[in-house]
Write a protein that binds this ligand. Structure first.
Ligand code: ZN
Length: 323
């Protein structure tokens, strides 16, 4: 792998590379940031860089060490909690048993702990002891969505590296070889989470499929009368668990309608549906406050108001503002 294969996080890449070149590698790092921003990918490339026999700004991808890492088969790279379950004391005992031994073939050992906040209290205590006297030939990389969920005594012994969501422009650039309508949608619906955008494009995330479904439902709401609303109620009752996303998709749709009505088509997200946006735009009340209204409905549902009542209000409001 190469640093350039991970989108964004440029400052982090630079500082990790610098730490190797200046011989200032810490014994423990804490990578903190939301799911899907590249923590694991960068941890893996950093581990590869640490073990590569010819490292120079990028791992060489040719030495025997790189080849083993690329096939997940290097005896001095240990990935703990690969599946993101909880980290038990037994898992930490395995780490402790290996960390005080000499590396098998490299000059150091690297440990990546995925979802480090999932350490049980006993595991965390065991781990803390290792952190207090870390062997000089080991590097540990803890990954977490939130460092507040770890023992402060662990956090204070790690070098913290904070990951942020990647900008839309960076994701766009990274996905530039794909169909442009798809990229536009994935960039906007992924909210700066690169992995989510990639998954949307290769079909491992069904947000874009849901978008199509919600647009159809919105069209039905707009085109049906209050007497047939009970059919639509059933749809929303079935989709209770996804209501956040459904309302969000509808809000983005309405926002696009407003852009189309104001001759700002270039700002729309749902560019592949311009004709339908225009049709809905012609129906929309000019002084509609529906986006604010929908936002409130979404908040109310989160605060456990009567779900059916909230949905009924929403359906009636949409029909009223799109006559
Ligand atoms: Zn190499």
């Amino acid at each position: 792998m190469l640093y350039s294969q991970v989108a964004g996080q440029e400052e982090i890449k630079t500082s990790l590379i610098k730490s190797i070149n200046n011989n200032q590698v810490s014994h423990c790092y804490l990578f903190e940031g939301p799911e899907g921003v590249g923590k694991f990918e960068l941890a893996l490339i950093f581990a590869q860089s640490l073990l590569c026999l010819n490292f120079n700004k990028e791992p060489c991808n040719e030495c025997k060490s790189c080849i083993k890492i690329n096939s997940y088969n290097h005896p001095d790279l240990h990935i703990i909690n690969e599946n993101g379950n909880s980290i038990k004391r037994e898992d930490i005992d395995v780490l402790i048993n290996s960390i005080y031994n000499k590396p098998y073939e490299a000059n150091r050992k690297v440990y990546i702990l995925k979802d480090a906040h999932l350490m049980t209290p006993r595991a965390a205590n065991g781990f803390l002891k290792t952190l207090e006297e870390p062997p000089g030939d080991s590097v540990m990389i803890l990954l977490t969505i939130n460092s507040n969920l770890l023992l402060p005594t662990i956090v204070s012994r790690c070098q913290e590296v904070k990951f942020r969501n990647v900008s839309k422009e960076t994701i766009k650039l990274y996905l530039k070889d794909n169909d442009s309508d798809c990229v536009e949608l994935a960039v906007n619906y992924s909210k700066g989470i690169l992995n989510k955008a990639i998954n949307m494009i290769n079909g491992n995330d069904d947000t874009l499929k849901k978008r199509e479904e919600v647009i159809k439902i919105f069209d039905r709401i707009v085109n049906s009368d209050s007497e047939t609303i009970y059919e639509l109620e059933n749809y929303f009752e079935d989709k209770k668990d996804n209501i956040d996303l459904i309302i969000e998709i509808m809000i983005m749709w309405i926002r696009d309608i407003m852009f189309v009505n104001n001759n700002m088509e270039n700002l729309t997200i749902n560019k592949d549906c311009i004709e339908l946006l225009k049709t809905h735009g012609k129906k929309m009340k000019t002084d509609s406050d529906i986006i604010e209204f929908m936002q409130n409905i979404s908040d109310n549902i989160k605060n456990n108001v009567n779900y059916k009542l909230a949905i009924d209000n929403m359906l009636l409001k949409i029909q009223e503002d799109f006559k």
